[in-house]
Design a protein around this ligand. Structure first.
Ligand code: TXA
Ligand code: MG
Length: 316
């Protein structure tokens, strides 16, 4: 299969919506990372997403909708969920909520769970495709399972490290402005919990909820969202964390004052570092040398950056 690169113009958006209507997965830009979208109501389209990614089928997908009204037709919202939607949607927040019976979501999307992960993306092209298509889109990150997430159309289209040749098309929206996946919030026994750190700082969510988030991953050291397998986002080369300098043969990714040939942010800006993270990992990985990364502070978006780096460095 030849992977088409569609331009970010009305024809490109229409072509993406047309392929989606035919049950073909299409990679689309969101503000976080590129997603491999498919009709969330069509089990066969969803199966093609799993197949293209080579993803274990127990790992459920996030459903993307254009607005809160569409989300409420699929999931059951309480006051806390509505408050988070009001504060952060459209944007880099995913909520795991009770699935509304009869919502028409293919059971392969939720891996048979009675909850659904749902998000309203802010990216204008994601919004345009959702509206042109006219239905909910299931979309995991558009990378082969376990590999580095894509933040540019070229990452998706690469036949070696991406999905080139395995999907019909990618809609090119340039670089993703946030650069790390959405923050996932769930409720365990009515208590809000951080299931995955991401593009919205946990502290911002806590401020809206006016209560602390449970952090089950940190407490148990175990996967919480079913997809939180420890080796994830993995480059082919080895990755060493908290490096102050490159050892012989290594490529160093710096942050702040650590001098390096590649830098997440020379100014030490975490927003800039998140936006650059996956692109630099893709570049360092293409280079083939072992990778070392300078320390990144844990506050704000640093939690999501360090989570992705720890997974990339995990034994596999
Ligand atoms: O930013 C993002 O969230 C991107 C863009 C494309 O929207 N999507 C993304 O999807 O990162 P994915 O499939 O790579 O990660 C979805 C995570 C997985 O860890 C999965 O296990 C979890 O969400 N998840 C999905 N449904 C769930 C559910 N019902 N309960 C718990 N976790 C769930
Ligand atoms: Mg992913």
């Amino acid at each position: 299969m030849q992977t088409l690169i569609l331009g970010h113009d009305p024809q490109g958006i229409a072509a993406a919506a047309e392929l989606l209507a035919q049950g073909e997965p299409v990679a689309i830009p969101t503000e976080t990372v590129y997603g491999l979208a498919g009709d969330a109501r069509d089990a066969q389209a969803v199966a093609r997403i799993y197949q293209a990614k080579g993803r274990p089928s127990f790992n459920p997908l996030i459903v993307h909708v254009p607005d809160l009204a569409a989300a409420e037709r699929i999931a059951v919202f309480d006051d806390a969920a509505r408050a988070l939607a009001g504060a952060f949607w459209p944007g880099a927040l995913t909520m795991v909520l009770p699935l509304r019976p009869g919502a028409g979501i293919a059971s392969l999307v939720t891996a048979g769970l009675d909850t659904v992960a749902i998000r309203v993306p802010a990216h204008p092209l994601a919004q345009a495709v959702l509206r042109a298509f006219g239905g909910p889109l299931a979309a995991p990150s558009a990378n082969p399972s376990g590999r580095i997430s894509p933040t540019a159309a070229a990452h998706v289209a690469d036949p070696e490290s991406g999905l080139g040749g395995r999907i019909a098309a990618v809609l090119d929206g340039g670089a993703c402005p946030v650069g790390v996946e959405s923050t996932i919030i769930g409720w365990a026994d009515g208590r809000p919990a951080l299931l995955r750190p991401g593009g919205i700082a946990a502290q911002a969510v806590e401020a809206v909820l006016d209560r602390p988030l449970a952090r089950p991953a940190a407490q148990a050291g175990a996967p919480t969202a079913p997809g939180q397998l420890s080796s994830h986002y993995a480059p082919r080369a080895s990755l060493r964390l908290n490096a102050q300098a490159a050892r012989p043969g290594e490529v160093l990714i710096g942050f702040g004052p650590v001098p390096a040939e590649l830098s997440l942010s020379e100014a030490g800006d975490l927003t800039q570092a998140a936006a650059r993270l996956f692109d630099l990992l893709h570049r360092a990985d293409a280079d083939g040398r072992p990778i070392a990364v300078a320390p990144v502070p844990e506050d704000g978006l640093g939690a999501a950056i360090n989570d992705r780096l720890r997974r990339a460095a995990a034994p596999r």
